[in-house]
Design a protein around this ligand. Structure first.
Ligand code: HEC
Ligand code: HEC
Ligand code: HEC
Ligand code: HEC
Ligand code: HEC
Ligand code: HEC
Length: 372
């Protein structure tokens, strides 16, 4: 077996830890960790499923004098010649796919899960394939950018592998793979290792919102002297822009005008029902007339660009149901939570088919009563 294949096997086994202890072939101790009979000592100490992994960072952080993490990715003396930075693979992106690969059964991961379920990808941020950013030129056209994988866009352009220099934590909505992880049943607020300077950005972005996307899509902002885009909230339009973790959302699925400020992701506690860990679609619609929370504000990118789903409308927002990970249930809404890696819909728009967006998207915020 080539070392890389052996590594993939080991990692697969390590990640599917619900089956039992880690694979001894990795040189990991299979002695069950006291108190967690489902994990071997090393699975636990290696920091993938570890005591310290209370924030979803896995092997990408919480490094300490007692953790054993570096060796998961770095081969100290016998790395292959094609390898970089003492890594067992030729590129950083192929390195990431060793653990985050969705192409194989059971199709878990941020890329590959859609094809893995026999469906067609509608839009994506493809990796190792392009250096052209649509709307990347400040004047609205495309721009060619020197990304990290020999000029092509790779995982490392958006993510910081050691968890350094990242945006503030936020509540996401993706169902995580590890069925046994310690925070499976808690709200997961993490940085998603998102770099404060994605791509070749020279200014830092502290929070995940429009400004983060605009680091690469410079020509999709409001306020350009050359192009007129749909209005969008960013630091160019207001001094304290709304971000993914802080936008006005409908107070409940049935509210017609009341909004609260909070996350687009999973709610710790739903103020309307008192229930915890609630997924919702309440930030994709805006009531008309607009509310005071919206005065002086515009939608952020993710209120239009997110995982393909049915949103409903003001007063009848559709429930968000994710019953299982990686799109295994065709009735889940959204079925996949892979944005911005890949989505079912056109241009990664929430309400869209694979080839076009529908008026449903526009009607989320512009009801017929508003139109002149
Ligand atoms: C999840 C995999 C992973 C783990 C765990 C990991 N690294 Fe890395 N490391 C990488 C990758 C990928 C790169 C290359 C990053 C790049 O080139 O952008 C890298 C690069 C480095 C570099 C070179 C930085 C440079 O700019 O030249 C050092 C030093 C390093 N790692 C040390 C460590 C140490 C020390 C630990 C443990 C505390 C560790 N790494 C854990 C994946 C990992
Ligand atoms: C050795 C296996 C391994 C490798 C290699 C690896 N990861 Fe991870 N990664 C994990 C595990 C395990 C988690 C934690 C998952 C969980 O607990 O839900 C994780 C979590 C993440 C997260 C979520 C972090 C958060 O704070 O929510 C991101 C983003 C991520 N990895 C990106 C990458 C990228 C990019 C690379 C390549 C540079 C990479 N990973 C390489 C195993 C790995
Ligand atoms: C264009 C930027 C971009 C690229 C390229 C990219 N990602 Fe991400 N990734 C993101 C963003 C943004 C999020 C957070 C999405 C959210 O929570 O809504 C994310 C989230 C993740 C997560 C955590 C998902 C969760 O469970 O919350 C993982 C794992 C991950 N990315 C891995 C990768 C890997 C591996 C690659 C390369 C094969 C990659 N990403 C390439 C932007 C990117
Ligand atoms: C690191 C730079 C970078 C960041 C950050 C980034 N993008 Fe992109 N984006 C790209 C590139 C490059 C492409 C072209 C991808 C391709 O051709 O596969 C792209 C493509 C797109 C597309 C068109 C996809 C299609 O297939 O039609 C949309 C929509 C988009 N991005 C929206 C966003 C949003 C929203 C964000 C923030 C969540 C974001 N991007 C963050 C670089 C980036
Ligand atoms: C009000 C909804 C809305 C908002 C907000 C929005 N977009 Fe879009 N975006 C669209 C629609 C609709 C399309 C498809 C246009 C078409 O193909 O006709 C699109 C297309 C795109 C494309 C691909 C095609 C192109 O012309 O470049 C990119 C890239 C993009 N948007 C980036 C962004 C970014 C980055 C933001 C935030 C700064 C953003 N969008 C905010 C609705 C929106
Ligand atoms: C997430 C909410 C949201 C969605 C979805 C949305 N819009 Fe908007 N749109 C706004 C807001 C907010 C404004 C600012 C004016 C206002 O409050 O109506 C706006 C403004 C506009 C304007 C006025 C532009 C200007 O420069 O003055 C037009 C035209 C428009 N939208 C068309 C659309 C179309 C077409 C779609 C569907 C592709 C769409 N919008 C989707 C929220 C949204």
């Amino acid at each position: 077996m080539r070392p890389s294949i052996r590594f993939i096997l080991f990692v697969s086994v390590a990640l599917i830890a619900s089956f039992g202890a880690c694979d001894a072939a990795l040189g990991f101790s299979e002695t069950p960790y006291a108190g967690r009979s489902d994990y071997g000592d090393s699975c636990w100490y290696s920091n993938c499923h570890a005591v310290a992994n209370t924030d979803g960072t896995g092997p990408h952080g919480n490094y300490s004098t007692t953790s054993q993490t570096c060796s998961l990715c770095h081969t100290l003396h016998d790395a292959s010649n094609s390898g970089i930075k003492l890594l067992p693979q030729a590129t950083v992106t192929s390195m990431c796919f060793m653990c985050h690969d969705g192409t194989g059964s059971p199709g878990s991961g941020v890329y590959g899960a859609i094809i893995g379920r026999g469906l067609t990808v509608g839009a994506e941020h493809s990796v190792n394939a392009t250096s052209v950013v649509p709307g990347g030129d400040p004047d609205g056209g495309s721009a060619t950018v020197a990304f990290s994988e020999s000029g092509l866009l790779g995982c490392g352009d958006c993510h910081s592998v050691h968890g350094n220099n990242t945006v503030a934590r936020f509540a996401g909505e993706r169902a995580r793979s590890s069925s046994n992880d310690t925070f499976r049943n808690t709200e997961l607020r993490s940085t998603r290792l998102l770099k404060t300077r994605p791509g070749v950005a020279t200014t830092s972005v502290a929070e995940y919102g429009s400004d983060w996307c605009l680091s690469c899509h410079l020509g999709r902002s409001s306020g350009s002297a050359v192009v007129h885009n749909h209005p969008v909230e960013s630091s160019l339009t207001t001094s304290a822009p709304y971000v993914y973790d802080r936008v006005p959302r409908m107070y409940s699925n049935s509210s017609t005008s009341t909004q609260v400020l909070g996350t687009m992701g999973r709610l710790g506690t739903d103020p309307a029902t008192g229930l915890t860990r609630v997924r919702h679609n309440r930030a994709f619609v805006m009531p008309w007339p607009r509310t005071t929370l919206q005065t002086g504000h515009l939608p952020i990118c993710m209120q239009c660009h997110e995982d393909t789903r049915y949103v409903g409308e003001v007063g009848a927002v559709a429930a968000s149901v994710v019953s299982v990970r990686d799109g295994s249930s065709s009735t889940d809404n959204p079925r996949f939570q892979n944005f911005p890696h890949e989505t079912l819909g056109y241009r990664m728009l929430v309400e869209s088919t694979r080839t076009a967006y529908t008026d449903d998207l526009c009607l989320n915020c512009h009801p017929l009563a508003q139109l002149p």
